[in-house]
Design a protein around this ligand. Structure first.
Ligand SMILES: Cc1ncc(COP(=O)(O)O)c(C=O)c1O
Length: 376
């Protein structure tokens, strides 16, 4: 699915020089690399502030906490996303309230939000899944009507845009993950919250550092959640290449669109007008019989995945179990049929290899294998 070694080889000398600088300075936590990265990432996201933290998950936790989410509160979350979107809410003692997605974009359906708002709703988390922005205008409108902050889970979509605005810059806070496989990936865990709200940024800086507002002076309980200098130095090098890498992802996606466009039985990613997709993943839908969700059920995408594997081609199902059907959330009473669009997506999605260093020959080979499988 991914060849991180190929990417490393293309930037090894830059990375080693950057690491050398940190090793010479011997400052490893909260230093000049982190500060510079915060400014550079904030600028890339079209925001005024960036606050580096230890992971994308903690970016979500700290941002939600800083927006006032606490024990007993409710937070609206799409049912189809990576588990961290929900577990960040749970970690604060709050309850995720799931909402369904749009079939075409896999993102939160704006029409599914309002009926889930209660007096306990403290935030709405919007996920920009797979590299594509959610339909933000109607989401921001319903949030503004009820005076509820929107937190953007932008773990998968750095650089994507919606009507000329960057993902992560439209809500109260945007949360980034620099997990190694991400479009901008560290060599370990790291994350960031970006925001235009100066007060929120200051609070986040304190929260990530034990709630300290002065030297050994804590005003509230915080986290130890910092982005270290070695990761920051690596990310600064990689950020300089991000625009080129994103352009390569987009070019590869266009090639897949051409090679697979006439295949019956699959649906290719669709990009609504006014949005720029950054293709963290190239995710197709494999149509098939609509069975009930159940343990051991073989889905249409499982069949194609196995046949691609037989031909030496990797593919992955992101995500096979929607959040409301996760064992973690059994106590919330979710059951099959609650969120039909999410459940159907979990049976039909299949992501095929797409990363900047993929060669034209590799793209042809993946597409050819997929065509054979679908014809078979
Ligand atoms: C949509 C989404 N949210 C949150 C996260 C959590 O990020 P991290 O792995 O950096 O904690 C990820 C990635 O792993 C993700 O894909």
């Amino acid at each position: 699915m991914l060849d991180l070694r190929a990417q490393y080889e293309s930037i090894a000398s830059e990375i080693r020089a950057a690491l050398d600088e940190v090793l010479t300075a011997q400052q490893f936590v909260l230093g000049p690399q982190g500060e510079a990265l915060e400014q550079e990432v904030a600028e890339a996201c079209g925001t005024r502030h960036g606050v580096g933290v230890a992971s994308g998950t903690e970016a979500l936790e700290l941002a939600l906490h800083a927006c006032g989410v606490g024990a007993g509160d409710e937070v609206i979350v799409p049912a189809f996303t990576f588990i961290a979107t929900g577990s960040a809410v749970s970690a604060l003692g709050a309850r995720p309230v799931f909402a369904d997605i749009e079939p075409a974009t896999f993102n939160l359906d704006p029409t599914q939000i309002e009926t889930r708002i209660t007096p306990r709703t403290r935030a709405i988390v919007v996920v920009h899944l797979f590299g594509l922005a959610a339909d933000m205008d109607p989401i921001l409108a319903v949030a503004a009507k009820h005076d509820i902050p929107v937190v953007e889970d932008n773990a998968q979509s750095i650089g994507a845009s919606y009507q000329g605005r960057k993902t992560g810059s439209m809500g109260r806070a945007g949360c980034l993950s620099f997990y190694p496989s991400k479009n901008l990936g560290a060599y370990g865990d790291a994350g960031m919250v970006v925001t235009n709200d100066e007060k929120l940024a200051a609070r986040l800086r304190s929260l990530r550092n034990h709630g300290q507002t002065g030297r050994y002076l804590s005003t509230e309980r915080g986290w130890n959640s910092r982005l270290d200098e070695l990761q920051a130095a690596i990310l600064r090098v990689k950020l300089r290449h991000l625009a080129d890498w994103t352009a390569a992802r987009q070019a590869h996606a266009r090639r897949y669109d051409v090679l697979l466009g006439d295949m019956p039985g699959i649906t290719l990613p669709r990009v609504p007008a006014g949005r720029e997709h950054v293709y963290y993943l190239y995710t197709i839908r494999v149509a098939g019989r609509q069975a009930k969700n159940g343990p051991g059920e073989v889905t249409p995408s499982d069949v194609v995945q196995q046949r691609l594997a037989d031909r030496g081609i990797a593919s992955m199902v992101y995500y096979p179990v929607p959040l409301h059907l996760q064992p973690l959330y059994a106590s919330l009473g979710g059951k099959p049929g609650d969120f039909r669009v999410s459940e159907r997506a979990s049976r039909e999605v299949l992501s095929i290899p797409l990363y900047p260093e993929l060669t034209p020959a590799q793209i042809e080979r993946v597409a050819q294998a997929l065509r054979e499988v679908l014809r078979g």
